[in-house]
Write a protein that binds this ligand. Structure first.
Ligand code: 5GP
Ligand code: MN
Ligand code: MN
Length: 315
């Protein structure tokens, strides 16, 4: 038996958490584990403590039970898809109060912040890693739907370099459980509402191409994006459009989250953007990383972020 299942076996009150601004992998892995435990273990109290994910993931079983509050009486805390304590937001407090904690993650920047840590940075997704820790025969359709969603999202629908034969084989084994995978991919990965699509158009129209066409960046101030959409998560995917421009090696998308506060997303073809994000106080993967930065957008770009990108491109 692996450490995760052993800890679950020996716990009664279990809290499951993941990173702030939960994406498909984070939402999928936390709810997959929630379903797996409630369906296969007797007498466990399981809570999913997580910032509310996008409603597009509400088809996952257990979604309605997600609570944003930390649960401070847990015997066991399981953290999924978070690279460090700060990424848990207010729920990081559970690390101090839970009797035991385990971190399951695939970020190269993971800090091994829990008591036990299962970190495999070659995995496409936390959902892929979690799958390898579970017993296939005990994975229900509900659990499979969650795991599949996470794998699809974090692998860019099986496109990113982190996709391996095993990623595909696991996805295939999950499909065997029987669910509408086309609908999951369309509804949660590709579909965008009309206003979000227009906002994407605006970013692309105003994007700048610099450093001999090797870097493309887009910017949005707070009033602009909130004039189109009500949820920042609807900007997911804008960065991929910038990265897909012919000749671009590093793409940058930055939007204002509050006065003098900006969320930065970085993507690359081959360059290491995780080191840039880490230097900015964030983290991520070699080809997909992000951070929150503080200051005026133009000054941050000119004095800090673009010089870092230039150095990475020349290095
Ligand atoms: P995104 O650009 O889609 O928000 O994030 C890309 C990757 O970078 C994800 O794997 C995400 O977990 C990581 N990431 C994004 N923002 C931050 C951050 O502020 N801190 C850390 N440590 N990782 C981040
Ligand atoms: Mn994630
Ligand atoms: Mn992930």
């Amino acid at each position: 038996m692996n450490k995760l299942l052993e800890l679950i076996e020996n716990a009664k009150n279990i809290a499951i958490t993941g990173h702030v601004s939960p994406d498909g992998d984070c939402t999928g892995s936390t709810l997959a584990l929630y379903n797996y435990i409630t369906e296969n273990f007797e007498g466990k109290q399981v809570r999913v403590c997580l910032e509310k994910p996008s409603m597009k993931f509400s088809y996952m079983n257990g979604f309605d039970l997600i609570s944003e509050d930390p649960f401070l009486q847990a015997d066991l805390l399981v953290s999924l898809d978070a690279s460090d304590r700060e990424r848990l937001g207010i729920r990081g407090a559970m690390l101090d109060t839970a009797k035991n904690s385990i971190c399951i993650d695939h970020h190269v920047t993971n800090t091994n912040f829990a008591k036990f840590n299962i970190v495999e940075d070659f995995r496409s997704s936390t959902c892929e890693l979690l799958y390898t820790l579970l017993d296939y025969d005990k994975i229900s359709v509900n659990t499979a739907v969650c795991l599949y969603t996470g794998i699809v999202h974090d692998s860019g629908v099986f496109k990113y370099q982190s996709t391996t034969r095993q990623t595909m084989e696991i996805a295939g084994a999950l499909i065997d459980k029987g669910f509408d995978f086309t609908k999951i991919i369309d509804d949660t990965y590709f579909k965008k509402d009309f206003n979000a699509t227009k906002l994407l158009g605006l970013v692309l129209t105003n994007a700048k191409l610099i450093f001999d066409g090797k870097c493309c960046y887009g910017l949005l101030d707070y009033d602009t994006w909130t004039g189109y959409i009500d949820d920042k998560k609807k900007m997911d995917g804008i960065i991929d459009n910038l990265r897909n421009i012919d000749g671009v090696e590093i793409a940058l998308f930055m939007y204002e989250t509050a006065k003098d506060e900006h969320k930065v997303s970085l993507r690359s073809i081959n360059a290491n953007v995780s080191s840039i994000a880490t230097a900015l106080g964030g983290g991520g993967h070699m080809r997909a990383a992000g951070a929150t930065v503080y200051g005026k957008a133009d000054e941050l770009l000119e004095n800090t972020i673009l010089p870092m990108i230039k150095k990475e491109l020349n290095g």
